[in-house]
Design a protein around this ligand. Structure first.
Ligand SMILES: [Zn+2]
Ligand SMILES: [Zn+2]
Length: 465
């Protein structure tokens, strides 16, 4: 009995030694000091790299970016066990792995991202038309904004500092064969913010003459062969107030710097406002942008690190913080993060040039998203087209690298048809809706909260009797 007990104890001890050797071995093998990101064919891929540390009550996240060759030293990272997550925009897989981090003694770890969808093969390009740098109130220098855009998988992006074009030259030095940096301005008036996409000279935000000044702003933007976009139209105190002045070229219905608390007003309200304009018979193209002020997502991460402090610093955050379901809203929003291109505009282009991008925005030829990809045709035509007849035949490809939930066809502002989806992709799906009484339709795609995308509108023309 005594002997048997001793044997059992030694067996347990032996197993413990073996187990601890395995764990130590695994840690030694996996200790990471740098990440090399590549595509499946081995080509280096610029990407965003995050370390997600266990935290109380919410995870603590460190953000890094690779260089243009996909290499990312984890300089300044904490040491220990963390989840490593690598992103390159919505057309690529998000890779997640558990690693032991040791910036001093670790090794370089290869991470391969899978391309989920080849947008270029379908003529689509991804852009962000609203970003800030140190040339106004952003935290990063223009060149840093530009190089991080490539990590987020953007093909083009406009730098739109408040009342400044001073950052354009530095920003454009980072142009690359796969990235087109473009200049603009956010005309920050007291009666609404207007994106001036493509301007090279600052447009005055003075609106002391009200609607007349607003017309002057649109005219001065047009005279520079640039486009006017009503930015975040429903954010309190920053909303456009001159809807009777209709000289704008597009409306920004998704804005990343309007987090969920503002989202209650803007993310939903801006879409409803757009639908109302369409219901009035207007043809209004839309875009979606990050309005990024910090490539590293400090605003949301600070809120997760110190929720009560964040509420005190930003009273508006308290509106949502006090909702009973904040863990379903704030936490997924904060951990997903607000980065360059988290909200983006995907356009079908003949060629990737400033003229091509501006023409596609004005034509409404594309979709806006904070996650899902939704490529749709209606009766064989792209978004922004006029269709006719009694029936709309919709064909779509939907992708969401965080999980796809459903696609809904919206006719005259009301859901007309929904397909429930499960997984990450739905290719070559078809739907038919009756448009005999309809005026316009859009195709919306929903993924895991808060992922959402909508196409621009198709307009139903006069049907022959
Ligand atoms: Zn603004
Ligand atoms: Zn802005």
């Amino acid at each position: 009995m005594h002997l048997r007990r001793n044997s059992l104890l030694s067996l347990v001890a032996a197993i413990a030694v073996v187990l601890s050797a395995c764990v130590t071995g695994a840690q030694a093998q996996e200790a990471v000091a740098a990440v090399q990101v590549v595509a499946e064919d081995g080509a280096p891929l610029p990407a965003r790299v995050q370390l997600i540390w266990p935290g109380d009550p919410y995870p603590d996240i460190q953000v890094f970016f690779t260089d243009s060759h996909g290499l990312c030293p984890l300089t300044g990272a904490r040491t220990g066990q963390a989840d490593l997550q690598v992103n390159h925009g919505p057309a690529w897989s998000i890779e997640r792995l558990q690693v032991s981090v040791d910036p001093a003694k670790g090794r370089k770890r290869l991470v391969t991202l899978k391309r989920l969808y080849d947008l270029h093969a379908h003529g689509y390009y991804q852009g962000d038309c609203h970003m800030h740098s140190t040339s106004s109130d952003g935290r990063q220098k223009p060149a840093e904004v530009s190089s991080h855009c490539r990590c987020e998988g953007l093909d083009f992006a406009f730098l739109t500092d408040h009342e400044s074009v001073a950052g354009h030259d530095e920003y454009k030095t980072q142009a690359a064969p796969d990235f087109l940096p473009l200049g603009g301005q956010e005309v920050t008036t007291k009666q609404g913010h207007i994106l001036a996409l493509g301007v090279t000279e600052v447009v005055s935000p003075d609106v002391s003459n009200g609607a007349d000044d607003m017309r002057r702003i649109f005219r001065q933007i047009r005279e520079q062969n640039a486009l006017s976009v009503v930015a975040h139209p429903c954010v309190p105190t920053m909303s456009y107030v001159h809807w009777d002045v209709e000289d704008y070229d597009a409306v920004e219905i998704l804005n990343g710097s309007a987090p969920p608390y503002m989202g209650l007003f803007d993310l939903v309200q801006a879409r409803l406002k757009w639908h109302a304009l369409l219901n009035e018979g207007k043809r209004v193209p839309v875009i979606g942008n990050s309005d990024n002020h910090d490539n590293y997502n400090s605003f949301a991460l600070d809120a997760l690190r110190d929720p009560q402090g964040a509420v005190k610093r930003d009273r508006r955050l308290g509106i949502l913080w006090n909702l009973p379901n904040r863990d379903e809203i704030i936490v997924p929003w904060g951990t997903k993060g607000l980065f360059l291109g988290t909200y983006r505009t995907c356009l079908k282009l003949d060629d990737l040039s400033q003229a091509g991008v501006l023409a596609a925005i004005k034509a409404g030829c594309g979709f806006v998203t904070n996650g899902p990809i939704i490529l749709a045709t209606v009766n064989g035509t792209d978004p922004g087209s006029e269709i006719s007849g009694q029936t709309a035949h919709i064909q779509f490809d939907a992708i969401c690298n965080r999980g796809l939930e459903r696609v809904t066809v919206v006719v005259d502002g009301k859901p007309a048809e929904t397909v429930d989806l499960d997984g990450t992709e739905a290719l070559g799906q078809e739907l038919t809706v009756d448009i005999s009484e309809a005026h316009w339709l859009t195709v919306e795609c929903y993924g895991t909260w808060p992922d959402f995308a909508t196409t621009n509108a198709w307009y139903v023309g006069q049907t022959e009797q």
